[in-house]
Ligand binder design. Structure first.
Ligand code: DC
Length: 225
């Protein structure tokens, strides 16, 4: 008798787009969703962070659109594994290189290919639901007030033994929001069909449960349950 696993059709891919401002908790949420639904995960912020870092290391001005786009076009995605990319300095550089349309254009194909994997994928960023995967099955826009995000980020840094003052982090969060939401190309904004998830008053577990409910509802609808 044939192996039933080989004869049953593969499940349809599931693409989950998670967008939102810096430090809203979307990375943690996206990782948990990817693990729970056994999907590949791409933190798209790392692409911009790697370009910002490479620019700084090679003396390229992060505000130079063409020079940073040249770095983006030859980006080796193995560079994304560098843990230090998640730091504040790389985040600031990322936000600056991310305003350039040719930098964004150079990264589109990689992100779309990633989302087209056989199983689907979870991607998090700023423009996943609006530009990269406008046809995503489930879109979640994760927010929290700037004050809550700054408080969480400050506590995280202090817990790691780093120096951090709430006021300075709050100013950085606001500056990053302004740049990410105010740029002309692919600004940070929720897609019209995104579900808003405000984590200001939620812990990660509750936010994760809320996201799973949205995804499970979609899966049930798709399978006609
Ligand atoms: O998500 P993050 O903090 O790692 O992102 C760093 C910066 O990269 C963010 O301030 C703006 C930019 N970014 C973007 O413009 N588009 C994305 N899809 C992801 C990140």
């Amino acid at each position: 008798m044939a192996d039933p696993d080989l004869t049953s059709p593969a499940p349809a891919p599931l693409v989950v787009a998670i967008d939102g401002p810096a430090a809203a908790g979307k990375g943690t949420l996206a990782l948990r969703i990817a693990a729970h639904y056994a999907l590949p995960y791409l933190d798209t912020g790392l692409l911009y962070r790697a370009i910002g870092r490479l620019a700084a290391a090679s003396g390229v001005d992060p505000d130079d659109a063409e020079a940073t786009a040249a770095i983006a076009r030859t980006l080796d995605t193995r560079a994304l594994d560098d843990g230090s990319l998640r730091g504040r300095e790389a985040g600031e550089l990322a936000s600056r290189v991310a305003v350039h349309p040719p930098v964004r254009a150079a990264l589109e194909a990689f992100q779309r290919d990633f989302a087209r994997s056989a199983k689907g994928a979870v991607l998090d960023g700023r423009d996943i639901g609006t530009v990269i995967c406008p046809g995503a099955d489930v879109k979640i826009f994760v927010t929290a007030s700037p004050e809550v995000r700054a408080r969480r980020r400050t506590d995280e840094l202090v817990a790691k033994g780093r120096e951090a003052t709430y006021e300075r982090i709050l100013a950085e969060v606001r500056e990053r929001d302004e740049r990410d939401a105010g740029r002309a190309t692919a600004p940070l904004r929720a897609a019209a069909d995104a579900h808003l998830l405000d984590t200001s008053e939620l812990d990660i577990e509750t936010a994760f449960q809320a996201a799973c409910e949205l995804i499970d509802r979609f899966l049930a609808r798709r399978s006609g349950v």
